[in-house]
Design a binder for this molecule. Sequence first.
Ligand code: ZN
Length: 562
Amino acid sequence: MKFQEMPYSRVDFEKAAAELDAIMEEFRNASSAEEEFAAHRRYYALSDHIRTMTVLSLIRHSIDTEDAFYSEEKDYYDRMLPDFANREVQYHHLLLNSRFRGELEKKIGKPAFVNMELDAKSVSEADVPLMQEENALGTRYEKLLASAQIPWEGDVLNLSMMTPHLTSPDRSVRTRAAEAVNSYYLSIADELDEIYDLLVKNRTEQAKVLGFNTYTELGYCRMMRNSYGRAEVENFRRQVKEFWVPFAEEVWENRRKRLGLDRLLHLDEGVSHRDGSPRPLGTPEEILEEGRRMYDELSPETSEFFGFMMDNGLLDVFSRKHKQVGGYMEYLPEFRAPFIFANFNGTSGDVDVITHECGHAFQGYLIGKEDDVREHWDITMETAETHSMSMEFFTNPWMERFFGDRAGDFLTSQLEDAVTFIPYGCMVDEFQHIVYDNPQLTPQQRKDAWKKLEQIYKPHLDYGEASSFYAGGCYWQRQHHIYTSPFYYIDYAIAQTNALQYRLWMETDRKGAWESYLKLCRLSASDFFGNMIRAAGLPDPFADGQIQRLADGLRELYRNMI
Ligand code: ZN
């Protein structure tokens, strides 16, 4: 069904609660796993409907923020959903305590049960006021950054409008842009400290209320870390420090030489080539059409997927007035339809929408079509980002269509960005462990900790004179995840190693790599992350020696490329 024609009606939560009660009753009366599963299917229908209506109103609100109807609908769900989520936890208790749990585990997977247990540990009635305060602090941070008014050449710009100037090929322009952004951050420095300090104290209090020693432990539960823990993550970071950082430093040194600079400053890091970072050719409509041709040629599965997206109006990617900024992929369960929201702006980010966001959407489309078990759809973030980041590499052979004679430059900068991202991702993660393990640290002590980490993970780093705010150990304050999605970041680093592993695999056996990728997409969340990685034939990213092997392989590929 076309997105435009998808019918919307407001969910009646009184009726929904009554239906959930009836489902629980049916479940309690079930005398076999089959009967329980029949009740569970009824629950799928109910939750699909609520999810579809919620997502539909959210999408329609973001494509036209002036539309009063959907704006009100969105607020309605913000108000009503928390209470319904609490009722769902009660239903999960029935599943967890089922007499036929073993048989149910076979049907919906072991991870589903571990996730329900993690969920039960991470929320309680007593915690709700603190969670509301946490949300309000997150909103305060987002609003503070979104309201930035930066004077720029007679104009006033917000932070995202500054990006093209911050990455200008003209170094004097980006220096001035960095100075302007620096002044803005300095002007809000105290408020940034205050918000974060309150967040750390709030989250620590939440952890205490729920019986944890620190928020670190609660953060792991909330991220649904159902199959690896702190020890594995620490071992991953240790290997990155030892074997990956030297490789990333080699990449930065190449960038410095390519840009013809004596000193690579932080404000130069976002520019890959002397004549600027590669930009896609063609109009936004042409980029979409090239996307269709590319996915037609890539595989029968991707061809069907992208045709479905285009034919049903499931990509809203052109910038328009009254459209929300940013981008996302959402899924409409009743229509088995992914939806991609983005704002094309003429940078290589437009192509990332076609590759990265479509990687997420492709996996959603595939699993929605082939697998009816909703719990298999609930992927954790390191897995989801593996789907999307890998698609960025699987689409490499088509980049000439998007970038013309600068396709080679694009591929170089893409690989460099992927390699240099991993130390940054680990640094963000280690920082958060320090912060939440030691909630008594002062804002200044947190900044000192960040500065120390910078010396370990990015030894070349040189902020120069235009970025004194960052130089004071404050760079992390511009990273939204640190404020609003704690402990979500190592997921990107883990996923990036998987994607780079596919990049290497494609060099020698593209067909095998693609088949493995399809298999991983289809496994979705039917098993634990490590098991699925092994089943797909990928090396375990946490295993000793793996980071070194990957760095060695990629270094060779990279040196041949530049
Ligand atoms: Zn993503």
